[in-house]
Design a binder for this molecule. Structure first.
Ligand code: GDP
Length: 212
């Protein structure tokens, strides 16, 4: 269901990479506390409830590595996970688009994220998670504009595709790709996933390996 094609060898190498240890290292609330760069890193962004924690857990074959960030307080943190003992950082960016979040929180979120995006020279890709039932929303477009202006490469990952029909998945992929053509820093390929069913996880692992 995804348009990114990998060989069996690449998928297997991705599986092996994510079978190695993954550990939560720190939650960061201000720029000064960002860990040293120096290794490749991959960030995950998305509206709250998009399925970001579930995806990070599924990617790493864990159940409780990333916690659902359903309280606005926790959304302020950028969480760093070490993958494969120093091979790369996996970075869980604060969820955005809380209906109940005060405006001030949204701004703090943006500033911390912008600082992060602009200061990480080895940030290889930001995966922007989009709920496949909703498609791209205004808040997502706003975040993509921030990524464009920070010149941070990003790729859309559709979540929860098990909840819609295959034909609908194809439609949302097509609509998303069409919208992304206008975004300069967007990767043209869209990954369709379901953390619940494990769909798209091998491809996402192989994508990360190809850039790490
Ligand atoms: P986060 O706020 O982005 O971290 O979202 P969560 O990972 O906590 O997921 C939000 C809700 O969506 C939870 O109830 C999950 O069980 C559900 N969910 C996440 N991923 C999937 C999926 O692939 N399929 C289905 N059916 N539900 C999912």
């Amino acid at each position: 269901m995804t348009d990114t094609v990998f060989t069996d060898e690449q998928l297997e190498a991705g599986r092996k990479l994510f079978a190695r240890p993954v550990a939560f290292v720190k939650g960061v609330v201000n720029r000064g506390a960002l860990p040293a760069g120096g290794r490749p890193e991959f960030a995950f962004a998305g509206r709250s409830n998009v399925g970001k924690s579930s995806l990070i857990n599924a990617l790493c074959n864990r159940k409780t590595l990333a916690r659902a960030s359903n309280t606005p307080g926790r959304t302020q943190e950028i969480n760093f996970f070490d993958v494969a003992e120093g091979r790369f950082w996996m970075v869980d960016l604060p969820g955005y688009g809380f209906a109940s979040a005060p405006k001030k929180n949204v701004q703090v979120w943006s500033q911390l994220n912008l600082n992060y995006l602009r200061s990480r020279s080895k940030l290889k890709r930001v995966f922007v998670l989009i709920d496949s039932r909703r498609g791209l929303g205004d808040v997502d477009r706003g975040v993509m504009e921030q990524l464009d202006s920070a010149a941070a490469h990003y790729q859309v990952v559709l979540t929860k595709t098990d909840k819609i029909k295959k034909s609908e998945v194809a439609e949302v992929i097509a609509a998303t790709k069409a919208a992304l053509m206008k975004q300069p820093a967007a990767h043209p390929h869209v990954l369709a996933t379901s953390s619940e069913k494990g769909i798209g996880m091998p491809e996402l692992r192989a994508t990360i390996l190809s850039l790490a």
